[in-house]
Ligand binder design. Structure first.
Ligand SMILES: [Zn+2]
Ligand SMILES: [Zn+2]
Length: 290
């Protein structure tokens, strides 16, 4: 597992790489533009080249882009759909230019609309965005399930992937906090097994490409999405150690989106803790087997 964090790109794309290295990341996640505005950041070829150069010289093995939160791929509103499509295309093209392993996407909310047509609209928009970019996959993020936000069940994610054409550039991102909020007790071995069985049944084994490592401030099944520092939430250290040491997650980029001690994101101590918990979880699994 490539444990890392979401890092800021302020001061330039390549700055994200040094920020990640400073705190001990093996993977990083970045926004391709400010997450609270539609206006895309105009990167140059030099920005992309500097980023790729920084990555080559670093110990970071994977970069993931998080698409902005304003996107709603399920909307029937034409203007919002156009802006959403353009922003997703921008994210995918940046992903192509920097060699990202995926663009993580919240598909959006169906609001008061019916589920099935919303899923069909979402998939169609994602399919168009994929056709306007080369290689970078879209990774649909499993959501906590608040209000009418899509993609909190694996069935809904499967529906979106199917409506988007079902190709190889469609994947899944699992977030430990969202899974817990959606009712999977991922702090227990049984909960992890049950979750992966449900995921495999709906999506097959090959879609999972990335993880988000967050503890949860809200109780199991709350459907509320509030990230806690690792070990400081309802999942706790023992639970996170089990999640972190799940062998089916080996090799995946796993980025933290936790508040951190100064509410500016994870620091080196947070990365250290996650790595220690992973090792502790691996020993516990070995003891359990013998
Ligand atoms: Zn997300
Ligand atoms: Zn979240």
């Amino acid at each position: 597992m490539l444990i890392g964090a979401h890092v800021s790109t302020s001061g330039g794309l390549a700055k994200a790489v040094s920020r990640g290295e400073e705190i001990g990341c093996r993977s990083i996640q970045i926004f391709n533009q400010s997450p609270r505005a539609w206006r895309p950041t105009a990167f140059t070829d030099e920005d992309f080249a500097a980023f790729r150069e920084a990555m080559r010289e670093s110990t970071i093995e994977s970069v993931i882009i998080h698409a902005i939160y304003l996107i709603n791929t399920a909307t029937p509103d034409r203007d919002l759909a156009r802006k959403s499509r353009e922003s997703l295309i921008h994210a995918l093209r940046v992903g192509d230019a920097i060699g990202a392993d995926g663009v993580v996407l919240h598909p959006g909310s169906r609001k008061q609309e019916e589920v099935v047509p919303a899923i069909v609209r979402s998939g169609a928009l994602i399919r168009e965005a994929l056709s306007e970019s080369e290689r970078c996959p879209v990774l649909i993020e499993q959501m906590a399930g608040h209000a009418n936000i899509l993609a909190h069940t694996f069935e809904e994610i499967a529906g979106i992937i199917e409506a988007a054409g079902g190709g190889k550039r469609l994947g899944l991102c699992l977030d430990s906090c969202h899974l817990y909020a959606a009712g999977y007790d991922i702090g227990s071995y049984d909960g992890i097994d049950r979750m992966l069985e449900d995921s495999d049944r709906a999506l097959g084994k090959r879609r999972l490409r990335a993880l988000h490592l967050n503890d949860s401030k809200e109780p199991l099944g709350s459907r509320r999405d509030r990230h806690a520092d690792i070990g400081q939430g309802e999942v706790g250290e023992t639970g996170m150690a089990r999640f972190l040491s799940e062998p089916r997650f080996d090799g995946l980029p796993a980025t933290m989106e936790t508040p951190g001690p100064e509410r500016k994101g994870p620091v080196a101590a947070d990365l250290d803790l996650a790595n220690r918990l992973r090792r502790r979880g691996q020993s516990a699994r070995r003891r359990r087997k013998s």
